[in-house]
Design a protein around this ligand. Structure first.
Ligand code: EPZ
Length: 417
């Protein structure tokens, strides 16, 4: 099992190129199931989660050719309408094959994803929406069995805002009969990126970027070309790394218009941030100031940035309160940060962080994707060596993080076990 060995205390300077967004690429790849034509993608990130979804899609019969960040996919020879447990359990987003398979082929058998470290992560809203569109759905032996001669458009109001729930129902609605209205839709930029691809494929969608998506079903979708948007969470992760280490770094191939609240909070922490069309520069000269925040759905502070910003607060001047409103168990990084000398107490859904002058390196263990990023950030700021174990979590969602960080002067390397 690989580990990352970090020697902290180095200021960072130079450029880092941001990869395509994991949480846009995953639904977009599943959209390849919706047409018998070829869809050409670029800026697809090289991640473990992308490799996993491609394995599932190829098993279903999607023809995929990959050349670095470019993918050509064709759904003209789909011959298996199933996503098996052994793959789905490693990546919950596999549930995103359900809507496309049901909409185009009238049938799908998809393993229930099961929970993960940050919460139970049910998919009841995905199922509720598909049933509202006329699908017969039953759960048997850990699998979702869904059938529908032809999905029918209808008005759906999800109980809460769900990103992949919105994406599954949006994809299903593109080929349903008549009009579908998704109320309480997720507005994350990754949902918008998927919707833009679907429109390029011939789907009729209005309200893109709002919490009310209106879709007129069409008979078929056709091929298209699409560039995946920049990963705003990778962007925010590196911004926090520089703010914690000190330095002057420019992130290229980045989008600064989809990360407003996180940028505001970094400025409040004392970072000087300047932005351009496709770049963000962060300069940090002094010790950060503590900044409180609470996670909410887009466009609020992203839950996927909570652990990383908490690492920054650990070494900040003053105290802060971090409230997690999306997931019930997304503080797994707290105990590990405390091993590095942080002073964090948990009170329900709120972590109370008392900033300390200095963290001290130690062996720590990653528990989930963003927790591992938080431990890397803390290791960069800590005195001495930090060894982060179980970094397969990190590799799921970050494209060669240690290579990108070494490129701007961090003392970080992968240790093969
Ligand atoms: C997406 O997960 C992201 N993953 C997550 O990113 C992200 O943290 C999350 O949205 C919130 O922004 C992908 O896009 C692949 P939700 P998703 O459905 O869609 C509850 C990362 O680090 N809920 O928006 O699974 C759910 O339990 C990952 O990149 C139901 O109760 O999240 C949660 O409390 C982690 N029933 C809340 O809603 C449902 O049917 C939001 O979940 C669906 C969701």
């Amino acid at each position: 099992m690989d580990k990352l060995l970090i020697t902290g205390g180095k200021r960072l300077s130079g450029d880092i190129s941001i990869s395509g967004a994991k949480n846009a690429a995953l639904p977009i790849l599943c959209a390849g199931l919706l047409t018998g034509d070829t869809v050409h993608l670029s800026n697809v990130p090289l991640l473990q989660d992308v490799a996993t979804i491609l394995k599932i899609l190829r098993q279903i019969g999607l023809r995929v050719e990959q050349d670095g960040d470019r993918i050509a996919m064709n759904g003209g020879a789909i011959d298996k309408l199933e996503a098996p447990y052994e793959l789905v359990r490693t990546m919950r987003a596999s549930i995103l094959v359900l809507g496309p398979l049901l909409a185009r082929f009238g049938e799908a058998k998809v393993s229930l994803p099961g929970g993960c470290a940050i919460g139970s992560r049910p998919v009841d809203q995905h199922i509720k929406g598909l049933q509202a569109m006329g699908a017969e759905v039953h759960i048997e032996a850990g699998y979702i069995h869904a059938k529908a001669k032809k999905l029918k458009g209808t008005r759906i109001v999800t109980d809460m805002i769900t990103v992949t729930g919105t994406e599954n129902l949006l994809m299903a609605a593109t080929l349903a009969e008549g009009e579908t209205i998704l109320e309480n839709a997720a507005r994350e930029p990754e949902v918008t990126d998927l919707a833009n691809l679907l429109v390029a494929m011939g789907a009729k969608i209005t309200g893109i970027g709002t919490d009310r998506l209106v879709i007129q079903g069409v008979d078929a979708l056709h091929g298209a070309s699409h560039k995946v948007i920049a990963d705003r969470i990778e962007t925010g992760t590196f911004l926090c790394a520089v703010a914690a280490s000190g330095g002057d770094v420019t992130l290229t191939n980045a989008r600064s218009d989809i990360l407003d609240v996180a940028l505001d909070k970094l400025r409040e922490a004392g970072a000087v941030i300047t932005t351009g069309a496709d770049w963000i520069r962060v300069q940090m000269a002094a010790r950060p100031k503590a900044v409180s925040f609470r996670t909410t759905e887009y466009p609020g502070f992203p839950t996927d940035m909570q652990a990383q910003f908490m690492a920054l607060n650990c070494i900040a001047e003053g105290g802060s309160r971090v409230t997690e409103t999306i997931f019930e168990n997304r503080f797994m990084h707290v105990q590990e940060l405390n091993r590095l000398g942080a002073a964090i107490d948990i009170d329900g859904h709120t972590a109370i962080v008392q900033g300390v002058e200095r963290l001290v390196g130690a062996p720590v263990m990653a528990t989930d994707l963003r927790a591992s990023a938080s431990l890397v950030i803390a290791g960069l700021a800590a005195q001495g060596e930090t060894l982060v174990d179980r970094i397969y979590h990190l590799d799921r969602g970050y494209d060669r993080m240690e290579v990108k960080l070494s490129g701007v002067g961090a003392d970080i390397r992968r240790v093969k076990q």
